[in-house]
Design a protein around this ligand. Structure first.
Ligand code: SAM
Length: 328
């Protein structure tokens, strides 16, 4: 088979295949870790929005020694909406990181032990509508941070994809409520033309009195509804908090009750502002291939198990074989 155009265009795409990584994004975490040494001495990690699994592969390679029995304990839990092919030493959960259930499942797998690092490379399906895309990205970052507050040990680290934009300083200030050391990293493998960058947050130190909670107005499907209709991140998410609900002022309307559950430090730190511009496309850069590389096609390490485009291809095939009717 000949080279795919991506092999020619993108050196990280090709290097990922050479090193057995499922995606070029592996290099983003590798380069962040090379800079910050976050995985040194790390025993337990959570990989949010993990599919197809190249970050989990990095974690597996750095948290387990060669030849160790990778079934003896849980060190890495990976979560994604999509199914992932197995990775040795990684427990996989299929779920939504905005749901209370997912946070509970992760905690359950660590048998109550807290972890050293939470990473999230989450990205929503880009709609092309900048406002919506920015909003969704902010939701994911918030959801990842929320889960981190449940599972991270004091002193732990949090790395998450964000989009650089004019509100980046606000995001920085908000993350500083939980982490005294916050930097924004742009690994070389992340394209210059992309707004993508990564917040690297170290030394987890929640504000005094902070209680992890899944109740957050930004996660509500429609937080303008009354509190009985606005169910936070998902049905029953309120049960995730141990905090005694603060009494709402007598004059507050029902719709405000939900928002006013977040009082004190919680109220200060939970809201995020959508920032960044998702409408820019990545630009591929070209690198000269060695003669050997140019002649040898490498198959992808792991083909997608159940890609979202699978059904469309099937329908197209069926439509093509049976009739001339176009796909709706
Ligand atoms: N870090 C991954 C790797 O190295 O293979 C790539 C992650 S990919 C860029 C973004 C992932 O975010 C997708 O697999 C998508 O399914 C996942 N995702 C988006 N929203 C999610 C959600 N609410 N819960 C869980 N996963 C989500």
């Amino acid at each position: 088979m000949g080279l795919k155009s991506k092999d020619r265009r993108d050196i990280y795409y090709r290097r990922a295949k050479e090193l057995g990584f499922r995606a070029r994004s592996a290099f983003k975490l590798l380069q962040i870790d090379d800079e910050y040494k976050l995985l040194q001495g790390c025993s337990r990690a959570v990989d949010l929005c993990a599919a197809p699994g190249s970050w989990s592969q990095v974690l597996s390679r750095r948290l387990w020694e060669d030849g160790e029995d990778k079934t003896k304990e849980t060190r890495i839990v990976a979560v994604d909406l999509q199914e992932m092919a197995p990775i040795p030493g990684v427990v996989q959960l299929q779920g939504d990181i905005t749901s209370r259930r997912t946070a509970e499942d992760i905690i359950g797998h660590f048998e109550g032990k807290l972890c050293d690092i939470v990473v999230s490379d989450g990205a929503p399906d880009v709609s092309g509508l900048a406002d919506i895309d920015e909003y969704l990205q902010a939701q994911l970052l918030l959801a990842a941070l929320n889960i981190a507050t449940f599972v991270l040990r004091p002193g732990g680290a949090f790395v998450a994809k964000m989009f650089r934009g004019r509100d980046v300083t606000l995001l920085y200030a908000q993350l500083r409520q939980f982490f005294p050391l916050v930097t924004i990293a742009k690994p070389k493998s992340s394209r210059n033309s992309s707004m993508e960058a990564f917040v690297v947050c170290q030394n987890y130190t929640p504000p005094q009195g902070y209680t992890p909670t899944m109740i957050t107005p930004m996660l509500a499907a429609d937080y303008t509804k009354s509190s009985s209709g606005a169910a936070g991140a998902g049905e029953g998410d309120a049960a995730m908090t141990n905090a005694a609900p603060a009494p709402a002022p007598a004059s507050t309307s029902a719709k405000d009750d939900k928002r006013n559950d977040l009082l004190g430090v919680n109220k200060v730190v939970v809201p995020f502002v959508a920032c960044g511009d998702l409408s820019g496309f990545d630009s591929d850069q070209s690198y000269a291939l060695s003669k050997a590389a140019a002649e040898n096609y490498l198959a992808p390490t792991q083909l997608p198990i159940n890609p979202s485009y699978k059904e469309a291809i099937e329908r197209k095939r069926t439509a093509g074989a049976g009739s001339t009717k176009s796909i709706q």
